[in-house]
Design a protein around this ligand. Structure first.
Ligand code: PLP
Length: 396
């Protein structure tokens, strides 16, 4: 049976748990890579917290404050379990506002003090700018102090995956960090980061931008030997302004930014715990299979329309592929109609997509595109509706 048929009853049940989605059956939200919608369980958890025990953490002597502090400590353990942490007694979890802040904090607080003249760092210039800027800023800061750090561009192959052979040739005993991405935010492909440890060897730290991975497909830090996982909770069903850094603390100095610096985003962290509970209960494997199958349906449909060009991997990635190269992100252009115009046309049909350059780094796409990003609340009918509108714009 087709994956979409097999999972449909499960998916319909889950879709019904998203109040904003069910209240708006006439529109299709197709921009989950920007931020996800929130299930009722997450909204309820926040409302319950705010109406029964809202207080600041790590500052009070009274029950609401103490309970909040405990819940935030517990949230760290919850994330460790979600990421299948093999050594929770050693790892660190730090809450941030999102991936941008998380990567910047690692660059500033952990990487910068270790860098010496002549060291190398590998930066993925065709990935999200949030995974370029902090590393470049660090090198620039050090340059002003007379310390020269070589920024080595991550090599890519023709399918926009990391080029493992060329990366192997690049890594040396001066490499201090490889910055990588779990799932590409424009091409939607799984960047197969499990291969990176073999290239990096036992000593080189790897920092993973998992903004489009966590909450979309399973990620086991026991199976994937990276040193940092950084993600945005708001793209994984939690509230805006939430995200986290997970640090393995096995290579280089322990990552230990000043503990409780400032008031934490208590309700955001509580929403993240509820989101992780919800995702685990929904089943991360199934979520990944659903999103991949929907993405494949869209890719296949677009390839029958000659006016459209799909960016990145061209194959439909058969929905039963064990490789799961493309997740639920598909970017495309019309050969004549500009992408921004296309975005407005789709919006007029109730199809909410993103149309711009998608914050890609310096080696990214030069022209704007339309990006459709799917999540578990999206349906086959929504994808087909989008394809029908695009079909009207297909002119030979
Ligand atoms: N990295 C990737 C791959 C992303 O897709 C995004 C957001 O779109 C970011 C980083 C930045 O995330 P945030 O805006 O939550 O900091």
């Amino acid at each position: 049976m087709d994956v979409l048929d097999e999972l449909r009853p499960w998916q319909e049940e889950l879709r019904g748990q998203f109040p904003l989605i069910t209240a708006n059956p006439d529109v299709a939200y197709l921009d989950s890579a920007a931020t996800s919608q929130k299930p009722k369980a997450v909204l309820d958890a926040v409302l319950t917290y705010l109406t029964t025990g809202n207080a600041n953490a790590a500052r009070g002597t009274y029950p609401w404050a103490n309970r909040t502090t405990t819940r935030i400590e517990q949230a760290r353990d919850r994330l460790r379990r979600f990421l299948d942490d093999p050594a929770p007694e050693r790892s660190g979890v730090h809450f941030v506002s999102g991936t941008t802040e998380g990567l910047r904090a690692i660059a500033r607080d952990w990487l910068l003090p270790q860098l010496r003249d002549g060291d190398d760092i590998v930066v993925p210039f065709a990935d999200h700018a949030a995974n370029n800027a902090p590393w470049l800023e660090t090198a620039e800061l050090l340059r002003h102090q007379g310390i020269s750090v070589n920024v080595r561009p991550m090599p890519y192959d023709a399918a926009h995956d990391y080029d493992i052979d060329r990366l192997t040739a690049l890594v040396s005993d001066r490499t201090r960090l490889i910055a990588a991405t779990h799932v590409h935010h424009v091409y939607g492909n799984d960047m197969n980061v499990h291969r990176l440890r073999g290239v990096a060897g036992p000593a080189v730290p790897i920092c993973l931008d998992a903004a489009q991975g966590v909450g979309h497909l399973p990620l086991s830090t026991a199976a994937t030997d990276v040193d940092f996982v950084v993600f945005s909770g708001h793209k994984a069903m939690a509230l805006p302004g939430t995200g986290a850094i997970w640090a393995r603390n096995q290579r280089g100095p322990t990552y230990a930014p000043a503990g409780w610096s400032g008031s934490p985003n208590t309700s955001g962290i509580i929403s993240l715990v509820a989101a992780l509970d919800w995702l685990d209960a929904a089943d991360m494997d199934r979520i990944a299979r659903w999103n991949t199958a929907l993405g494949a349906r869209l890719t296949d449909g677009l390839r029958t329309l000659s006016s459209f060009e799909v960016l990145g991997c061209q194959s439909s990635l058969a929905t039963d592929s064990p490789v799961q190269q493309r997740q639920g992100i598909v970017a495309f252009r019309h050969r004549v109609i500009g992408s921004n115009d296309l975005g407005f046309i789709l919006a007029a049909h109730g199809l909410m997509v993103r149309a711009d350059g998608h914050c890609q780094g310096d080696q990214g796409e030069k022209a704007a595109s339309v990006r459709v990003s799917l999540h578990v609340y999206n349906t086959v009918e929504e994808v087909d509706r989008l394809l029908a509108v695009l079909g009207e714009l297909d002119h030979d």
